[in-house]
Design a protein around this ligand. Structure first.
Ligand SMILES: [Zn+2]
Length: 563
């Protein structure tokens, strides 16, 4: 089992922690262990850990840390043992630990500060990670390091790549620094590109490519060979195949981050994309953080999930957070009494209790789904409906009584039926099995430290985006050009999802099957019946609340489309 604290305890301790958690929870008596952990907040679980260990609990210890003191410690040792000595004085040392039963913290302190009295507090693993990260200076490789690379250094064959370690081999140090910097900045992807006269990498952060770093051209083959070696792919492969896929795990201050690697040949060399599957922000939950939808949308989503069989489709372009939302839905549907199977390309976020399968080749699709159907499933997640075959199989699974979650590429939720039809599915089949069609976008959130207030939207923009004239005198916030230190010069921090849901009731389904409702009529009808906001309305709400600006909205939504 997983207590969701980012570390694992042995079974005996875990049992005691759960027993204490149960004792503190008013609703605890009737729930199974799994369910209890699922509904408990992280701070409550942490409280149970502290109680079990007989230690005080401090969920936030960052303010207590003396950065100068912490920076003198060895970051590698701290992150391996998940502890931080926070400060020292009067022969006392204040120590924060994530795992009170790990001996490494005691060993380290009694060796380094033998005369001090240890005062230990329990905190979140993420808190410890953040403190160590804050004092370390991993800001990518310096130009001096890059220029200094000369001769043959080799990487060992190792799929776990500790990116916060110091490496003697310069190429290893260069790649480690690049990956560590990307994780630190919460990038979703790293791109490494070769062109005629230059070689560079950049990060995708909150949807935009940023921070181009030039590397000496002479390193291009070495970087390539290092990555291929690390994933045990032979460098000869690169000449044989146009595209190469792989994956490895980056260790970042004791935390593992999955990295999906994709390389294709280009005219001047190659282009590598590394997607960082950082679970700390993947573990999103419906209604919280990035997925904080409005009440009615959330209610309708939960209602669709409660229908025992049928299809729920998420639509939206690549990078709109479709799979994050689907995974959050799977977390909600994840009960020990249900069998949940997924077929993804690739698996992005492993949920304990869910059987994840990766699609290695499109020819595997049909046999895998057929095998799923014989494996007594309750819920099936099909990564993407992209052709006639996958559309048919998704519908077949729903007709035979399964709950099916999937994604499809359409600009609007109301076009899902048309898209299935286009792929060759009979209209009545999709109309009768579809329970909800959703569309999602991720909108950049303004940096609170530097956003700027304006008196209203300009008259020009009001007309351009079909806004009500009242916006002209309604104060809104915009991002500051050049940003500030907090947002690393971008003006925005993080993103917020806006979701539009069209629930398909049996009655609406019947009308859709007959074919006498256009997508636009469907939108109007469902909104009138349910008072559910459209993506545009949710976007404008974020604008009114000062969470985003028009510039960020118009990049994600067709604001000229009135709905
Ligand atoms: Zn800022």
């Amino acid at each position: 089992m997983n207590l969701n604290l980012g570390i694992s305890f042995n079974e005996t301790i875990e049992k005691q922690v759960i027993a204490n958690l149960r004792a503190f929870s008013p609703e605890g008596k009737t729930l199974s262990d799994d369910k209890l952990v699922k509904i408990s907040s992280k701070s409550r679980i942490l409280g149970a850990v502290g109680h079990t260990a007989g230690l005080p609990v401090f969920p936030n210890v960052r303010e207590l840390a003396n950065p100068e003191f912490v920076s003198q410690c060895d970051a590698t040792i701290l992150s391996r043992g998940m502890f931080v000595p926070l400060r020292r004085g009067n022969n006392r040392i204040l120590l924060a630990v994530a795992d009170p039963w790990d001996y490494r913290a005691d060993d380290y302190c009694s060796l380094s500060y033998p005369n001090d009295i240890q005062l230990k507090v329990v905190t979140m693993a993420s808190e410890i990670s953040a403190i160590i990260e804050g004092v370390s200076n991993s800001s990518g490789p310096s130009q001096a390091t890059l220029e200094a690379v000369e001769v043959d250094e080799f990487a060992e064959d190792n799929r776990d790549f500790d990116v916060t370690c110091n490496y003697e081999e310069t190429i290893a140090q260069l790649v480690a620094g690049m990956v560590a910097d990307a994780i630190k900045q919460r990038a979703s992807d790293i791109h490494i590109k070769t062109e005629k006269t230059n070689f560079q990498y950049c990060f995708r952060i909150d949807g935009d490519l940023r921070q181009r770093v030039e590397m000496p051209l002479k390193l291009k083959d070495r970087v390539d060979a290092f990555l291929l070696n690390m994933m045990s792919l032979s460098p000869e492969e690169r000449s044989k195949r146009p595209g190469i896929s792989g994956r490895f795990t980056a260790l970042y201050y004791g935390r593992s981050v999955g990295v999906r690697y994709e390389r294709h040949r280009t005219y001047r060399g190659y282009h590598i994309t590394m997607r960082l599957l950082d679970k700390t922000h993947l573990e999103a939950r419906l209604g919280m953080g990035t997925l904080k939808f409005d009440k009615e949308t959330l209610f309708q989503l939960e209602a669709a999930m409660a229908v025992p069989s049928g299809i729920i489709v998420m639509s939206g372009p690549t990078g709109s957070g479709k799979s994050t939302t689907l995974n959050a839905m799977l977390r909600e549907l994840n009960h020990p009494e249900d069998n949940i199977l997924t077929l993804e390309n690739p698996v992005e976020d492993e949920i304990p209790g869910v059987t994840h399968c990766d699609l290695r080749d499109s020819s595997e699709f049909k046999p895998m789904i057929s095998s799923f159907m014989r494996s007594d499933p309750n819920v099936i997640l099909i990564g993407e409906v992209r052709d006639r075959e996958s559309a048919e199989l998704a519908i077949e699974a729903a007709i035979t009584g399964h709950k099916v979650l999937t994604t499809i590429h359409t600009p609007r939720a109301s076009l899902v039926i048309e898209r299935f039809q286009q792929l060759g599915t009979e209209r009545w089949k999709i109309a009768q099995t579809l329970k909800a069609a959703c569309a999602q976008r991720l909108v950049k959130v303004l940096c609170h430290a530097c956003r700027e207030r304006t008196d209203g939207v300009s008259e020009h923009d009001t007309r351009l985006f079909h806004l009500d004239p009242s916006w002209i005198s309604r104060p809104v916030y915009v991002h500051r050009d050049g940003g500030c230190h907090e947002c690393k010069g971008t003006g925005y921090i993080g993103r917020s999802a806006i979701l539009e849901i069209l629930p398909i009731s049996p009655k609406v389904g019947d009308e859709l099957a007959k074919g006498d409702m256009t997508p636009y009529e469907l939108e109007q009808r469902v909104r009138r019946d349910n008072k559910i906001p459209s993506m545009r309305e949710s976007g404008l709400k974020l604008l009114a609340e000062g969470k985003t600006d028009l510039e960020a909205l118009r990049k994600q939504l067709d604001m000229t489309y009135e709905s």
